[in-house]
Ligand binder design. Structure first.
Ligand code: C2E
Ligand code: CA
Ligand code: CA
Length: 536
């Protein structure tokens, strides 16, 4: 029985299985964390959007109210202050939000609802700015002529003959609005700018908003000025919301993660159990080898065989070779399986008696070819067949060429120097670019059965097949045609200089003893299998 030590491929497979499990476990958890964060930020943004819509709407309404009061007095702005003053006072007292109404003329407040006829220069009180008298304007100032150290919103409209009307709105309305709709318990800071001048902040002291996310930034144009509201969030509040969402959804994510891990583990185990079955099959000696003869076109003799592995389980019967070979490759047991085959072949050929120069073809998988054991494994078989005078042919598929490593190339070169032939199997089935053929050391091309099937019973040319045959000739390679089942196929191939024919037309794969009996009877002069020709 073969010693089955964990090869590097199996160790890699185990590590990658564990990695897959880890990734699968982490995906729902990380998704939950990321979606939770996203949702917490969206909730904060929604709150800020609601608050800002409300605040800006109210500011617009306050400004419009003040503007409308100022506009009613604008046509009379040039009247003498004694006649205008009672109406200014009455209007200021009856219009909501407005504290005073004033006439602005030539850079001075010439008349006011609060202090009658005193003329006060405007620039000293409007933070050094003289507002225009021709246009409407908005500005927040820190002082007004009547109330010092108390910010006010000035709403100016143009009046008659260079006179303007200015409504003074107490900023407390706006601060209350910010306080009510964007409280500091919910947001880090709300900043309101109405036209030019001072920025109003919900927190009286300047709050450091660095690191605080800007949740809303709303701008609205009115009367040539811009109302601008910025709301900054509280990172700790967003984190709290995030934490609450995590508490709610994390148990689900963890459960989903556990379910996924369980499912993937089961999938992996079904793969593992395939591996175990194959290894058990080797230990229980469930594999045997069958040998399919190769007909030499020139000599008309049996010039060799291809060794084909068979697996018959007592409870399940035979499994198709391409199925279990693929499973063995995927589960990284192809190397021990092939080593087992080599032992079986060595045991079989010890009882054989064949003509010198007989070819023994063995299939090798890509993993074996790029590993370090290939040369020693083939040499061991070489030692077993040496008493027969037979040569070994290493059959590799085109797939192997594509993933060929330097190790593979070197191993094949070494083996060829020692008299081993290299055959490219299933040639033309599509993996290989022609450039590989020039780089790769080989002696024989095996034409895939698919191309043999293109031979037309009516004798039409099989163009691709002909091209492959020409290619092999020009590369100086010998050709084996696989899967030959009819006289027409055989004749077509022989006429084009194919070296060997392998197929049911001559013989099916046989167990060792059956093959020896067949070889003694037919080896020296091969004729078609009577079962195959019976119906032709
Ligand atoms: P392959 O290497 O191309 O082997 C030739 C296949 O064609 C064999 O199928 C053989 O039985 C089949 N065959 C030969 N003549 C005819 C014919 O006239 N008609 C038809 N329909 N089929 C024909 P098998 O034994 O089922 O093997 C299938 C594949 O499994 C092989 O294809 C090879 O790729 C793989 N395989 C078999 N034994 C081994 C092995 O020991 N090692 C490796 N690595 N692969 C193997
Ligand atoms: Ca083969
Ligand atoms: Ca083949």
């Amino acid at each position: 029985m073969p010693e089955i030590s964990p090869n590097p491929g199996a160790v890699r497979a185990r590590v990658s299985r564990l990695l897959v499990l880890l990734v699968v476990a982490l995906i729902p958890i990380l998704l939950c964390v990321a979606l939770g964060r996203y949702e917490a930020e969206r909730i904060a943004q929604r709150e800020a959007a609601l608050a800002s819509t409300f605040i800006v709407g109210q500011v617009v309404s306050i400004v419009e109210t003040a503007q409308s009061a100022a506009h009613t007095l604008a046509p009379r702005a040039a009247e003498a202050c004694e006649t205008l003053s009672p109406d200014l006072t009455l209007k200021a007292a009856t219009v909501p939000y407005v504290r005073t109404l004033n006439i602005l003329y030539d850079g001075r407040f010439s008349c006011s609802s609060a202090i009658a006829q005193h003329s006060i220069p405007a620039n000293g009180l409007l933070d050094g700015h003289v507002p225009p008298s021709k246009d409407d304007w908005l500005r927040i100032v820190n002082d007004t002529p009547m109330v010092r150290n108390r910010p006010s919103l000035l709403v100016g409209v143009a009046g008659e003959a260079g006179h303007g009307v200015v409504a003074v709105v107490d900023v407390q309305y706006l601060l209350d609005l910010l306080h009510g709709a964007a409280p500091l318990t919910v947001f880090r800071q709300a900043e309101l700018r109405v036209g030019e001048g001072t920025v109003l902040r919900e927190a009286m002291a300047l709050v450091n908003v660095r690191g605080a996310p800007l949740l809303a930034d709303v701008q609205k144009r009115m009367s040539g000025a811009t109302i601008d509201l910025k709301i900054y969030g509280r990172p700790e509040r967003i984190n709290e919301a995030w934490g609450a969402l995590m508490l709610r959804y994390m148990p689900w994510a963890a459960a989903f993660s556990a379910l996924l891990v369980w499912l993937v583990r089961r999938l992996q185990q079904s793969g593992r159990s395939r591996r175990d079955q194959l290894l058990r099959g080797i230990r229980a000696n469930e594999f045997h080898v069958e040998y399919q003869p190769l007909y030499g076109v020139e000599t008309q003799r049996c010039e060799g065989v291809e060794a084909l592995l068979r697996w018959v389980q007592p409870d399940r019967g035979a499994t198709r070779p391409d199925e279990f070979i693929q499973a063995a490759e995927e589960e990284h047991v192809i190397v021990p399986l092939t080593q087992h085959l080599l032992k079986l072949v060595a045991r079989d050929v010890a009882t054989w008696d064949v003509a010198p120069g007989f070819h023994l073809g063995v299939n090798f998988a890509p993993e074996h070819l790029s590993g370090e054991q290939l040369v020693s494994d083939v040499r061991r078989l070489g030692a077993a067949v040496a008493p027969l005078g037979a040569t070994i042919t290493v059959e590799i598929t085109e797939r192997t060429l594509v993933c060929n490593t330097e190790q593979a190339c070197n191993s094949l070169l070494t083996l060829r120097h020692e008299g081993v032939n290299v055959a490219i199997d299933d040639f033309g089935t599509g993996y290989c670019s022609l450039s590989y053929l020039e780089k790769f050391p080989f002696d024989i091309l095996k034409i895939d059965r698919g191309f043999v099937l293109t031979i037309d019973p009516q004798g039409k040319k099989a163009a691709v097949l002909d091209a492959i045959i020409d290619l092999a000739h020009s590369l100086g390679a010998r050709l084996v045609a696989e899967g030959v089942e009819t006289q027409v196929q055989r004749d077509y191939l022989c006429a084009r200089g194919v070296t060997y024919i392998q197929g049911f037309f001559y013989a099916k794969p046989m167990r060792s003893e059956a093959f020896m009996r067949w070889y003694r009877a037919n080896g020296a002069h091969m004729s078609p299998d009577p079962h195959m020709t019976a119906g032709v």
